[in-house]
Design a protein around this ligand. Structure first.
Ligand code: AVI
Length: 321
């Protein structure tokens, strides 16, 4: 583990490049081709995602913010005193600030993100806004188990997992995630988690095919990342963004579609694309409250409270072990 001093403490528990190379080569040699959505989030991808969250069609973020603003007091009343708040995939930290403004006595704030530069910037900005808060940024892949035992626990550990990122996990991986989180926590600790809800597919399709083309740029950026980091020669204009709601699987699927027959090389290895063939880059599952409750309860958590918006577009759940 590499500990780096910045104005906030940064623990880097990642070893990214080798995993990236291996997963890209494995995924693009599969039939159908696929990439894990976590690779969409390099520095550029994370900043494009931040832009997505402000788009008129992308209702998720503003709706979750509305729920957090309306119910933050009630949410933090579950935390108790001297809690440690662990923020998974912390992004711009806008959401957690709503909670931080309501809990004066946190013993530590731990933002966790896979994107190191982005994490460093947002954690440093947050630490300067909350000078009395102890901030330790952890650069880690939170889809894997990571060790929290080095943090002195006075109060509860509260994991905050907003944004419906759990929707980007396959249901079996979501279940495994709950099991892993439950191993990192002890009885009485909590998980505050945001979930996008099932709704009219036309609303979902618009949210992932925005009129400014930001979602398309976000998706295609993974090809630019492969070019840069793995010496590949993807011609981005020979591919396009393709996203739709798959009703059977209750998920938005995001793909990158090849516009022509072509051969791309990655580190001198040829990858063949047929015209129309796609790389499946992301799933975004949509839940209803009952299905989600059943899933968490099967995996050791109890649902204490669910908050939603007037249209029931989004929901925030407080779960305990
Ligand atoms: C991060 N995650 C919850 C986003 C979503 O809605 O599934 C990622 C995203 N993909 C395209 N637009 C946004």
């Amino acid at each position: 583990m590499n500990v780096q001093k910045t104005s906030v403490k940064l623990l880097d528990v990642q070893s990214n490049t080798e995993n990236f190379r291996l997963e890209v080569l494995t995924g693009l040699n599969k039939e159908p081709k696929q990439l894990d959505s976590k690779w969409l989030y390099d520095e550029k991808g994370s900043s494009l995602f931040e832009k997505i969250t402000t788009l008129p069609e992308y209702y998720l973020t503003r709706t979750e913010l509305l729920i957090l603003r309306r119910y933050a007091k009630e949410m933090v009343s579950f935390f108790g005193e001297r809690a440690i708040l662990i923020d998974l995939g912390s992004g711009s930290s806008e959401k957690v600030k709503i909670l931080l403004d309501e809990v004066p006595d946190l013993s530590a704030y731990i933002p966790v993100d896979i994107s190191k530069e982005f994490l460093k910037e947002s954690a440093t900005a947050l630490a300067s806004e909350y000078p009395s808060l102890k901030v330790t940024a952890v650069c880690a892949d939170y889809t894997k188990l990571f060790d929290l035992s080095s943090f002195n626990q006075e109060g509860k550990m509260i994991v905050f997992f907003p944004g419906s990122t759990i929707g980007n996990f396959e249901p079996s991986h979501a279940e495994a995630f709950f099991k892993r989180i439950s191993k990192m926590l002890t009885k009485g600790d909590g998980l505050l988690i945001g979930i996008d809800m099932k709704k009219d597919p036309s609303i979902l399709n618009r949210a992932y095919n925005d009129s400014f083309g930001i979602t398309a740029a976000f998706n295609l950026n993974v090809l630019a990342r492969i070019n840069r980091e793995l010496q590949a020669d993807f011609q981005l204009h020979q591919f396009e963004h393709y996203a739709y709601y798959n009703e059977k699987h209750e998920r938005i699927e995001m793909h990158i579609q090849s516009l022509v027959d072509q051969v791309v090389t990655i580190d001198r290895m040829p990858i063949l694309f047929k015209k129309g063939e796609t790389i499946h880059t992301e799933n975004s599952y949509k839940y209803d409250v009952t299905t989600f409750k059943t899933m968490v309860e099967k995996n050791g958590f109890k649902t204490e409270k669910v908050w939603t918006d007037p249209d029931s577009f989004f929901s925030v759940h407080y779960l305990t072990l």
